[in-house]
Design a binder for this molecule. Structure first.
Ligand SMILES: Nc1ncnc2c1ncn2[C@@H]1O[C@H](COP(=O)(O)OP(=O)(O)OP(=O)(O)O)[C@@H](O)[C@H]1O
Length: 768
């Protein structure tokens, strides 16, 4: 465990002065680059007009400079944070981005933390120094150097007080004990060796990062995204990286960790955002979500689609060409069988259904009007039959009747109808517990079902393709007209100039109508992330899943579809699973998709929770699963966790008093009040009334000083001080209640308190 030391190796004033001078040079260079990007951007914004292609090009260049500017602005604080000295050669400065001198040699002034040359900053130790003699952490405020921490990586020369398993001890401790702000911070200055290994793993394959609470899984996942985008920039900017988090509050919490992520191809999303056009954030009982999350629902979805392919009991009659036309059950059965046998998705198989039905009906008509009264062969020729089929196909009444029996369907329509109709649920083989009001909002667990239905239904794009062809033909005709006009005016201009005329190029010599149209087609300038968000069939270059233990098998199916290359990073903790359809073993998740071709790495050090709090959590974890071991806390906070029993009638009063006291103790830090779902709205209302500015509700603002939420909402978050209310109810509220309590007690960076109205649960007896 690390404890704050009085001082790190002392640095002389001369050191401070020379480092400040260097820092100033770096900022000057940054300013210069920023000015350049700014003036280029302004120049582009002033340009106007031009061809659509020129405008597209300009838009791309504008995006490039805007991105550069945003990046330069985002590194203003903490531009340079480290320096490496080697036994030979010049020192190397490490920072949030790479900078090169303006001179012709373009000497590196600052090495980007993601570059291979920065790696010894995170890995070098006294035992394995990698040529490094000294690692220096530079502490800054704005552009001013406020301190220097040195580590001498030489066993002989060291002062013996450092820890071999922790790099940058002083800087790490200062980061860990800093007050929380409601937004996660980056850890580029203090990435630890085991984390660095994960962050810099290669792009291909599935990497699972298992780690207890506070081991930096989220931090590592985000830094990995930044590293991958830096290292495989071209590939990933094109295809995009998906980072999937558990809920919107969490996404907001992590959104500013690495500003560089926002500018490139990263899509931050929750499962509820993964079906374009749907924002699925409504709540539903965990048991219902569990049914939807299990693979057992696959058959039910197939049934639900099959149930929409109906046939009449007997026949239906339509008017065709002035005569009644009977569409017999047998005709539709034959058409349905043919369509189902085609094994195409429902909407695509519709073509087969219609063709077969029309064929059968044309034979029926031929039978009626072409029958030879003398009993010979049918009198209609093949051409007559083709004409009959054409007429049937174009007959609105026939079309409508066939549509009724094999309709074009959308995933939303099928799922909404299924979940709001007891008969359909039963017919599909689903329990009545899934029944809900028709107007009910979409829930996250609905999304994989919508996605699956989209696969089962498919899109019949023949009409779309036909429309695109029609539009292109019209555009070419228009272009031909334009070129003819150009051509016509040319002949007028050069009417009298004889031979010269032949030497002058005409528009038609350099471009034909097709090429003319192509040039004027607008190129899509959206980023990969923007396009991915709007496209269900988008295939990501890499997928990162946080709190991966919570995803259901159906959700994994969706994700695997979005990532056929299986280039994935999943971070999570199987001891913290609260979703009933979530997983408690990684094998279960990955074996079906990448049998034996996935790697698991464990993170073992808890950077968040102090040892006093972790001792309490360890008992809870032992009750979740005696085989699991909690991660080792890297520090102690010197604050003893406590529990207090209060009569139920006094709970609100006591809660308000404790919140007021704790809130003042943590000064500008953050206090999290974690409550059972059943008490959330009542306690939330009481707290807001008594402590104005406390954040409550579905998406509480974490920037507030005090936040009251359920454990489920608190997944992945942290607070300086945590107050857990009614732990017994947290345990009994869900079959995974013990895991929920484990999550609750591991959110604190400093202190933990528990208010209980019944006997303290046995797993918390160390607090008695
Ligand atoms: N190397 C590091 N340097 C500084 N801070 C770190 C480091 N690693 C982790 N932290 C900090 O520790 C805290 C916990 O990290 P993080 O939230 O990523 O953990 P986690 O494993 O995702 O936790 P949980 O499973 O509980 O959600 C964060 O405040 C993070 O910034």
């Amino acid at each position: 465990m690390i404890a704050r030391k009085g001082a790190t190796l002392s640095s002389s004033n001369a050191d401070i002065d020379s480092e400040q001078a260097y820092l100033t040079t770096l900022y000057q260079r940054l300013d210069q680059l920023r000015d350049q990007a700014d003036s280029r951007l302004r120049a582009i914004l002033l340009e106007a007009g031009g061809t659509p292609q020129g405008r597209t090009q300009r838009e791309a260049t504008r995006g490039h400079y805007a991105e550069q500017l945003a990046q330069f602005n985002s590194v203003e604080n903490g531009l340079c944070f480290g320096r490496l000295d080697f036994s030979a050669g010049r020192p190397r400065y490490i920072g949030r981005l790479g900078l090169f001198a303006e001179d012709r040699d373009q000497d590196p002034l600052l090495v980007d933390w993601r570059a291979p040359a920065a790696r010894p900053f995170y890995l070098a130790t006294a035992v394995s120094p990698e040529g490094v003699t000294r690692r220096r952490h530079l502490r800054t405020r704005g552009r001013v150097l406020t301190g220097i921490d040195d580590e001498v990586l030489d066993i002989e020369a060291g002062d013996g007080s450092g820890r071999e398993d922790v790099t940058g001890e002083a800087a790490l401790l200062s980061a860990l004990t800093a007050k929380r702000t409601g937004r996660m911070r980056d850890i580029v200055e203090t990435i630890q060796a085991e984390q660095d290994e994960v962050i810099r793993s290669g792009l291909p394959g599935v990497l699972v990062v298992q780690g207890g609470p506070g081991t930096g899984k989220t931090a590592v996942a985000l830094h990995r995204a930044a590293y991958l985008l830096y290292t495989y920039r071209e590939q990933l900017t094109r295809t995009g990286v998906l980072i999937l988090g558990p809920n919107t509050t969490f996404l907001r919490y992590i959104s500013q960790v690495l500003p560089s992520l926002a500018e490139t191809g990263v899509l931050l999303a929750t499962l509820g955002d993964m079906f374009p056009g749907v924002r699925a954030h409504a709540a539903e009982p965990p048991a219902v979500a569990a049914v939807k999350g299990g693979l057992g629902i696959l058959d039910a979805l197939e049934n639900a689609v099959a149930d929409r392919q109906t046939v009449p009991d007997d026949f239906v009659e339509v008017d065709h060409d002035g005569y009644p036309l009977r569409i017999e059950r047998e005709v539709l059965l034959a058409a349905r069988t043919a369509a189902r046998r085609s094994e195409r998705p429902h909407n695509v198989a519709r073509q087969v259904f219609v063709t077969e039905a029309i064929h059968q009906l044309s034979l029926q008509i031929a039978e009626r009007i072409g029958a030879d009264p003398l009993g010979g062969e049918n009198l209609l020729s093949e051409a007559d039959l083709a004409e009959t089929r054409r007429e049937l196909r174009e007959d609105i009444d026939v079309q409508q009747a066939l549509f009724d029996f094999w309709p074009v369907l959308t995933p939303r329509q099928v799922l909404r109808d299924l979940l709001s109709d007891a008969g359909r649920l039963e017919s599909a083989g689903l329990p009545a517990t899934l029944l809900r009001e028709r107007g009910h909002g979409w829930t996250p667990a609905d999304v994989p079902l919508l996605d699956e239905l989209a696969e089962l239904l498919g899109v019949d794009d023949t009409l779309k393709v036909r429309e695109q062809q029609r539009q292109r033909k019209a555009a070419i005709e228009y272009a031909e007209g334009v070129l003819e006009i150009v051509e016509g005016s040319r002949s007028l201009d050069f009417e009298d100039e004889g031979a010269e005329k032949d030497e002058i190029l005409s528009a038609l010599d350099v471009v034909d109508a097709g090429a003319f149209v192509e040039r004027h087609e607008v190129i899509d300038t959206r980023t990969a992330a923007e396009r991915a968000a709007a496209d269900r069939s988008w295939v990501f270059g890499h997928v990162i899943v946080d709190e991966a233990q919570e995803l259901s098998p159906m959700a994994w199916r969706l994700l695997m579809r979005r990532c056929p290359s299986r280039s994935m990073t999943a971070v999570g903790d199987v001891a913290q699973t609260s979703e009933l359809a979530g997983t408690t073993t990684w094998e279960q998740v990955f074996e079906p998709y990448v049998a034996q071709r996935w790697r698991i790495v464990e993170l073992s050090v808890n950077y968040r929770t102090p040892s006093e709090v972790m001792a309490v959590a360890a008992d809870v974890l032992a009750a979740v699963d005696p085989a699991l071991r909690p991660p080792r806390s890297v520090r102690s906070a010197g604050v003893t966790p406590w529990a207090r029993r209060v009569p139920p009638a006094a709970l609100v009063e006591e809660l308000v008093a404790v919140v007021r006291k704790e809130a003042s103790l943590i000064e500008e830090g953050r206090l999290g009040v974690l409550v059972p779902e059943s008490l959330e709205s009542s306690l939330g209302a009481e707290l807001v009334a008594a402590v104005p500015g406390a954040a409550v509700g579905e998406q509480p603002d974490l920037l507030n000083h005090v936040v009251l939420m359920t454990v489920r909402q608190a997944k992945g978050l942290e607070f300086d001080s945590v107050l857990v209310v009614a732990p017994d109810e947290i345990i009994t509220e869900s079959p995974r209640g013990l895991s929920d309590l484990y999550v609750a007690v591991t959110r604190a960076t400093r202190s933990l308190g528990v208010l209980h109205t019944t006997d303290l649960p046995k797993v918390l007896s160390s607090l008695a």
